[in-house]
Design a protein around this ligand. Structure first.
Ligand code: C2E
Ligand code: MG
Ligand code: MG
Length: 640
């Protein structure tokens, strides 16, 4: 029992031990498993975390990589910018060094100015001696130009123009001004305030000199060096536009020489040029502060008088000019006389612009020419006096023929060699009960314009032929008669018939009749008139060219017209003075006239000097106060 108990106990004890050990093992095993499971879980979690971390890391890496790329790109861009900057700086430096322009750069906040080396080179200043301030720089600018620099700058700063642009003068180290063209541009800060203006200076002195030269050429007449028409329009035009409202009186004098065309055609162009130069020089003596002379072209000159005292002062001035021309010119040993015709318009009464003043002064000048030249006229007087006088003449002229108010005077023409009267020029006079004795110079042109000259001319021709026929019959002579003919008459279809009829009616031989025509008549309608003149010549009638030298024809032209006689105008006879010049226009005319077979008559001979001269130069006939004035028929009988 004991044993069994022991045994059982032992067994039991063993069993217990076994159980215990198994249990321990189990527990151990389980613990192990638990630990293992824990670790597996842990590992799994860690793995998961790791995976997540990896994923995050990858993302981070990717992000990093892209940032890196961005950084690299930015870096590259930076490098590029740096290069551009370097290039720009280089270029800027190169521009500064290679350009001929000087560079300036003004800091608007401080007033400091930077001027490039070229600037100092251009003007010769030493940079060390110059203050770098705009106020210092301003000292060099020509004071008259400062205003326009500021004006140009203001315009640019107000955004009216994209650039500052200005031309002005600046003094160099030698004290001479050089011309600068300045161009620049302003820079603005974020608030739109200017903080800097930078630009260049270019030396344009040469260009300006060239421009001035061109301007001189454009504004001056090549022959006389006087201001020309363009200059007149520009300067007087500007002056007038600025003085439109002023209450001063200005005068425009249109001056035309009376025989230039003739001098030019007869003595040649180079002589004509010298003649014009002398005229210009004489006119120049009348200019001054308020009077400027211009050459309009040809032989036309303008004197513009500013601020004239009054009308009589202008009159006195015009008279002085006219008087000065009584002294002949001496050109290459030739004594040449000329006179001038002056037309005057007044500012602001006649016009307020150059065109109008010029037009009216020209019209007034033509009126002077019409009335025998060598004088002056105001434009406004033409309107007043002339229109009134003309109206009166026209009114009374109509009845004058019916009322027998015309008479003919005869002026003897004397042979220079024999001193005997050979012919008479018939000159009409009008003894009007209303107007008194009217000069033909006053009414012939009215008669021409109204057509009245046709019946009047016929009356003159008939009466003079009658008178000569009777005179010759009474005295047993064969004096010729010269009758002035107007263009209107010559243009009549029946003119030649009329002349023939009168000759037949009066019985005067055609060889004793001479018709006087002027150059302007021929110019009117050359073919028609030359044809008629030929017809008259064929009948044996002589043709004289009257007032030769005052019109437009040259000696060369004379060959083409069928004339027999040349009447040298009084103007050239006046040229012959006691001073005794060997050569003058007159002897050229006589010579050339003789060469083409013409008889030469000198008109308006008043002195013995003139007679002697004409005698020694083989003039054929003289007519003038020296022998006799035009006389009424009764007087003619007496003197003969
Ligand atoms: P013209 O035909 O050239 O006539 C010459 C003019 O000179 C005349 O003026 C005459 O009196 C003037 N005269 C002559 N000798 C001298 C002189 O020594 N000294 C000066 N100072 N003058 C002198 P007049 O008679 O006053 O005639 C002026 C013009 O009127 C004439 O110039 C002519 O163009 C025109 N005329 C005159 N009578 C007639 C006419 O019957 N018919 C036409 N169609 N025109 C005429
Ligand atoms: Mg005549
Ligand atoms: Mg004449």
């Amino acid at each position: 029992m004991g044993n069994s108990v022991n045994e059982s106990f032992f067994f039991f004890e063993n069993y217990k031990t076994l159980v215990y050990s198994s249990l321990g093992t189990l527990i151990l095993l389980m613990s192990f498993i638990a630990v293992l499971l824990f670790y597996i879980w842990k590992i799994k979690r860690m793995k998961k975390e790791l995976e997540e971390n990896h994923k995050e890391l990858t993302e981070l890496y990717e992000e990093l990589a892209s940032t890196d790329e961005e950084v690299r790109a930015q870096y590259e861009e930076l490098a590029c910018t740096q290069e551009t900057l370097t290039n720009t700086e280089e270029r800027y430096r190169l521009v500064l060094e290679s350009t001929n322009d000087a560079i300036w750069d003004i800091d608007f906040n401080t007033g400091n100015i930077y001027l490039s080396e070229k600037w100092y080179e251009l003007l010769g200043y030493n940079p060390e001696e110059c203050e770098q301030s705009i106020w210092f720089w301003r000292k060099f600018v020509q004071p008259d130009d400062i205003h326009q620099i500021f004006k140009a700058l203001k315009q640019h700063l107000k955004n009216k123009v994209p650039y500052f642009n200005c031309e002005f003068r600046i003094k160099n180290v030698h004290g001479d001004y050089i011309w600068i063209r300045s161009r620049g541009k302003a820079q603005y800060d974020s608030e739109g305030k200017v903080y800097r203006v930078m630009g260049s200076h270019m030396d344009i002195t040469e260009l300006k000199d060239y421009e001035a030269e061109l301007q001189y050429v454009a504004y001056h007449d090549a022959l006389t060096g006087l201001n020309n028409r363009l200059y007149l329009y520009d300067t007087i035009g500007l002056y007038l536009s600025q003085h439109k409202n002023s209450n001063t009186m200005d005068a425009m004098l249109f001056i035309d020489t009376d025989n230039f065309k003739f001098v030019n055609d007869t003595l040649g162009h180079s002589f004509g040029d010298k003649f014009l130069l002398m005229v210009a020089m004489r006119l120049l003596t009348f200019t001054g502060d308020n009077c400027e002379l211009f050459r309009l072209g040809g032989d036309e000159f303008i004197i513009y008088i500013k601020n004239a005292e009054n009308k009589s002062a202008i009159e006195a001035y015009a008279n002085k000019i006219i008087d000065s021309f009584s002294e002949p010119f001496n050109i290459d040993g030739n004594s040449i006389s000329t006179s001038v015709s002056i037309g005057i318009s007044l500012f602001p009464y006649d016009g307020t612009d150059v065109d109008t003043l010029l037009k009216y002064a020209d019209m007034a000048m033509y009126k002077v020419k019409e009335r025998g030249k060598n004088g002056f006229r105001f434009y406004n007087s033409i309107l007043n006096d002339e229109i009134q006088a003309r109206v009166k003449i026209e009114k009374h002229l109509r009845k004058a023929l019916e009322n027998n108010e015309f008479i003919l005077h005869y002026q003897p023409q004397v042979n220079v060699q024999t001193k005997k009267v050979e012919a008479f020029e018939a000159l009409v006079r009008w003894q009007s009960p209303e107007l008194g004795l009217v000069s033909p110079l006053k009414f012939i042109h009215v008669a021409e314009e109204t057509g009245f000259i046709v019946p009047l001319g016929e009356w003159i021709l008939k009466n003079s032929c009658q008178f000569l026929k009777a005179l010759n019959a009474a005295k047993g002579t064969d004096y010729k008669v010269s009758v002035n003919i107007s263009v209107m008459q010559l243009l009549q279809d029946n003119f030649t018939d009329m002349v023939e009829r009168i000759l037949a009616d009066t019985g005067l031989s055609p060889s004793l009749l001479e018709l006087e025509i002027t150059e302007s008549i021929i110019m009117e309608s050359p073919d028609l008139i030359v044809g008629k003149l030929k017809l008259l010549r064929e009948k044996g009638i002589s043709i004289a060219l009257d007032d030769f030298g005052t019109g437009y024809s040259s000696l060369a032209y004379l060959r083409k017209i069928p004339i027999t006689t040349l009447k040298i105008d009084k103007l050239f006879i006046d040229d012959i003075s006691s001073a005794g010049c060997n050569t003058s226009l007159t002897d050229s005319i006589i010579d050339l006239g003789h060469k083409i077979g013409l008889t030469i008559v000198a008109e308006g001979v008043e002195t013995n000097d003139q007679l002697e001269y004409l005698e020694s130069n083989n003039c054929d006939i003289i007519q003038g106060y020296l022998f006799s004035k035009p006389l009424p028929p009764s007087e003619i009988h007496r003197i003969l």
